[in-house]
Design a protein around this ligand. Structure first.
Ligand SMILES: [Zn+2]
Ligand SMILES: [Zn+2]
Ligand SMILES: [Zn+2]
Length: 216
């Protein structure tokens, strides 16, 4: 699993169309941050107290004061009240029914924008050229995928380490391929000039072999 940071531009969403990275089938998913910030002033989510323009609500009693001013905090038999749902828990309780819903995923993701998950390595080059699904735009991020986070710390947390190390070897090979390309920029520009997947592969092949006559 790789995490890729992209600069925001009008083509940034193109990466979600990426289905193949050379001989590897990949899926690209938006990164979901598990750590939803909660404001300790108003108990709302997705912002911090320093930017909060809401009235204060107490984290334990839902009163219109901040926790440090709470008259209830040292009371015996005090029953907590959630400022978000009115339930019998503190407003910071993550089991609150109003707590923002997040999709359950693995826990090995690190902060950032998106990540590509390599699903199934395919070692047979012909599969790619026979595939009828076309990649409409070659992402500018291929090289960042390859040269980026190959030694990511997510390795240790990946459930199937055996599959993953196979994949890492494969990525190592792909990286060697990239090292053989003298001018990645020129190649990228060429590949972007066509929507035809076979043409794209031709350009790649040319760049790799330095021989325009060689076919894929
Ligand atoms: Zn707030
Ligand atoms: Zn209070
Ligand atoms: Zn609640």
């Amino acid at each position: 699993m790789f995490q890729v940071h992209l600069l925001k531009n009008e083509k940034v969403d193109e990466i979600y169309k990426l289905e193949h990275l050379f001989y590897i089938i990949v899926t690209v998913e938006k990164y979901v941050n598990k750590n939803i910030p909660q404001c300790f002033k108003c108990q709302g989510w997705h912002h911090g107290a320093s930017l909060c323009k809401m009235n204060p609500k107490c984290v334990i009693c839902a009163g219109t004061h901040e926790y440090r001013d709470c008259p209830n905090k040292n009371k015996e038999n005090f029953v907590t009240k959630c400022a978000n749902c009115g339930g019998n828990h503190t407003a910071s309780y993550r089991g609150c029914p109003r707590f923002p819903k997040i999709k359950p995923k693995t826990n090995s993701i690190q902060p950032g924008k998106s990540f590509a998950r390599a699903v199934t390595p395919k070692q047979n080059p012909t599969i790619l050229s026979q595939n009828t699904q076309s990649i409409t735009e070659p992402p500018k991020t291929w090289s960042s995928l390859i040269t980026g986070n190959a030694n990511s710390q997510t390795l240790a947390a990946t459930p199937n380490v055996s599959d993953f190390s196979d994949l890492m070897s494969l990525i190592g090979e792909v990286r060697k391929i990239f090292n053989g390309i003298k001018d990645v920029k020129a190649l990228t520009a060429k590949m972007q000039s066509t929507d035809n997947i076979v043409d794209k592969l031709m350009f790649l092949s040319e760049a790799l072999r330095g021989n325009p006559e060689v076919t894929v």
